[in-house]
Design a binder for this molecule. Structure first.
Ligand SMILES: NC(=O)c1ccc[n+]([C@@H]2O[C@H](COP(=O)([O-])OP(=O)(O)OC[C@H]3O[C@@H](n4cnc5c(N)ncnc54)[C@H](OP(=O)(O)O)[C@@H]3O)[C@@H](O)[C@H]2O)c1
Length: 222
């Protein structure tokens, strides 16, 4: 499948790309111009280097794709570099949805967060991103709501692959053993990025339209 991948240069994108390519998917990885100067994807001939606010460039890059996968996001610690929840998460979702509708990409997978729509600026923002996708007319969507993402440390430079938190992982594992708490524990416990990527590829290959998938689904799918 030909996939437009937004957020390709982040921690999740870095793990998603080789897995997707190994399974035969063709990726158009979005890279911001400033990031392209330093990131290896900036030299990838299939990369789409543009600002998402450049609608014409975005639509040209997305044309012919069968699906959009959005892994875009920011965090408060990066507000100083210019990204905010409005510009990064909400703005990108709005721009990606508009481009998908404009060029006829039928499906979108949004990586959201456990608790989206709940209390606090981050979860409220995630709820708004989900609303933009759910309410896009005619768009077939799937939303992922993982808890904290973790990955094994590597020497690669990116936004910082999240290291495994042994205490948190052990606590999540212990909770699963309590009667009736397995689903809740799987929603709540930290989840390896590789597991989320496997679950995303499962959805790419076997659509789960209109579903919001939390940790309990993602662990099971991977
Ligand atoms: N980390 C967690 O524990 C966790 C838990 C649950 C959900 N999530 C969500 O999962 C998603 C992926 O997380 P992650 O940890 O892989 O993220 P990440 O490493 O911080 O990567 C974020 C990606 O978004 C891109 N981006 C940021 N602002 C942008 C903008 N204005 N326009 C275009 N691209 C922009 C970044 O591009 P540049 O490289 O150019 O900056 C990067 O490719 C995010 O939505 C996050 O909120 C994360």
């Amino acid at each position: 499948m030909r996939i437009f991948l937004a957020g390709a240069t982040g921690a999740t994108g870095t793990e998603f790309i080789p897995l997707a390519r190994a399974r035969g998917h063709a990726l158009r990885a979005h890279v911001r111009p400033k990031t392209a100067e330093t990131h290896a994807l900036g030299r990838d001939t299939d990369a789409v280097v543009c600002d998402l606010a450049d609608a014409a460039a975005l639509e040209a890059g997305m044309r012919g794709c069968e699906m959009v996968v959005s892994l875009v996001g920011t965090m408060r610690s990066r507000f100083g570099s210019g990204d905010t929840y409005e510009s990064a998460d909400i703005g990108s979702t709005r721009q990606l949805v508009a481009a998908a509708l404009a060029v006829g990409v039928p499906r979108m997978l949004l990586l959201s967060s456990f608790g989206a729509g709940g209390a606090g600026a981050y979860l409220q923002m995630k709820g708004e991103c989900e609303r933009l996708v759910r309410e896009a007319p005619g768009l077939r969507w799937t939303i992922f709501r993982p808890s904290a993402l973790v990955s094994a440390p590597t020497a690669e430079g990116n936004h910082g692959r999240r290291e495994l938190l042994p205490g948190l992982m052990a606590l999540g594992g212990a909770l699963r053993c309590l009667p009736g708490l397995r689903g809740v524990a799987d929603d709540w416990r930290a989840i390896p990025i590789a597991v989320v990527c496997e679950a995303m590829l499962a959805v790419v290959e076997a659509p789960r339209d209109g579903e919001v998938l939390a940790g309990r689904h993602l662990w099971a799918m991977a």
